[in-house]
Design a protein around this ligand. Structure first.
Ligand code: CP
Length: 321
């Protein structure tokens, strides 16, 4: 495959290959020599039209650990603010020899447009587009779940019950997770206020519940989503207190989960809204581990898309950090 635009692009074999490659790369990166020569001479452009902390930094870390050259482009402070189009920006990046463009954009469909436009020849990786998809987030989430729930198996997440809670309507993370987790054999239940469930959810491969307390005891992992107020009409939103009371995860609710079950959050968190500080800082919460796993997943995606040298190869002289 040349691009990664949607979790739906991935067959089960594709997804397992990415997870297994990320495991291999994480094992190598745990050794004292952290930098691999696999993408030396390649250029990865981080093209970010929307704010990001975790995704942008981890794609940069991933590309650098594979010895690629990295160009960070933020729409803020660029000629985008003078009205330059995505097409002209893409042509500029192509002229600079981008082998891969990692794009985050406020418009759903922008990565697809870039991949199919002919404006660039390199690979396109969707780093989050509008309310559509965030496939590498879903991959790092599945990687984290597999490590905890199916350690050492190297397969999928067959039969595991995953609950995704909160602002599904605006969540590209939820959509990508539903698609990927279904592909990996898990059963997904979405829990949200009725106003924050997308109209087309009946076509998604998952169940929907409005009662968090009945779903928690049957969950192997509970993923809390950020309430995306910046994408929301205030009229659709219950009060903060009402939201936290019905859909927030606090210590009492966490105690209803099975002992082995994970608490997950893609970040950034609204502490006190969808998750209390007590839960966010508890050992059961994998939010920080998800960030670390994101580097391994993004290394695997770049490595597989750009067809680098074998990740098991010893680094050449001068490449260690
Ligand atoms: N989870 C996630 O995409 O975080 P950022 O917006 O900080 O990249």
């Amino acid at each position: 495959k040349r691009h990664l635009i949607s979790a739906a692009d991935l067959s089960r074999d594709d997804a397992v290959l990415i997870l297994d490659t990320a495991e291999e790369l994480a094992r190598i990166a745990d050794r004292p020599i952290k930098k691999l020569p696999t993408l030396r001479g390649r250029t990865v452009v981080n093209l970010f039209y929307e704010d990001s902390t975790r995704t942008r930094i981890s794609f940069e870390a991933a590309a650098k650990r594979l010895s690629a050259d990295v160009i960070n482009f933020s729409a803020k402070g660029s000629s985008v603010s003078k009205g330059e189009s995505l097409k002209d920006t893409a042509l500029t990046l192509e002229a600079m020899g981008a082998d891969a463009v990692v794009i985050r954009h406020h418009d759903s469909g922008a990565p697809h447009r870039l991949a199919t436009s002919g404006w660039i020849n390199g690979s396109v990786v969707n780093a989050g587009d509008g309310t559509h998809e965030h496939p590498t987030q879903a991959l790092l989430d599945a990687f984290t779940m597999r490590r905890h729930l199916e350690p050492g198996t190297g397969g999928g997440l067959d039969g595991r019950r995953i609950t995704v809670v909160g602002d599904i309507l605006h969540s590209r993370v939820a959509r990508s997770n539903v698609l990927l987790l279904h592909t990996l054999g898990a059963q997904v239940t979405l829990v949200a206020p009725p106003t924050l469930v997308p109209v087309g959810v009946a076509t998604w491969p998952c169940e929907v519940s409005y009662d968090l307390d009945t779903v928690l005891p049957k969950s192997d992992a509970v993923m809390m989503l950020r309430v995306q107020r910046e994408r929301m009409n205030a009229a659709f939103f219950p009060t903060e207190r009402e939201y936290a009371r019905r859909y927030g995860l606090d210590g009492d609710r966490m105690a209803r989960m099975p002992e082995h079950a994970l608490v997950m959050h893609p970040g950034p968190m609204n502490r006190g809204m969808e998750i209390t500080a007590e839960v966010a800082d508890s050992p059961r919460c994998t939010a920080v581990e998800q960030v670390a796993n994101g580097v391994s997943i993004r290394m695997a995606v770049l490595y597989l898309l750009l067809g680098g040298a074998s990740p098991g190869e010893a680094p050449a002289a001068g490449t260690s950090t």
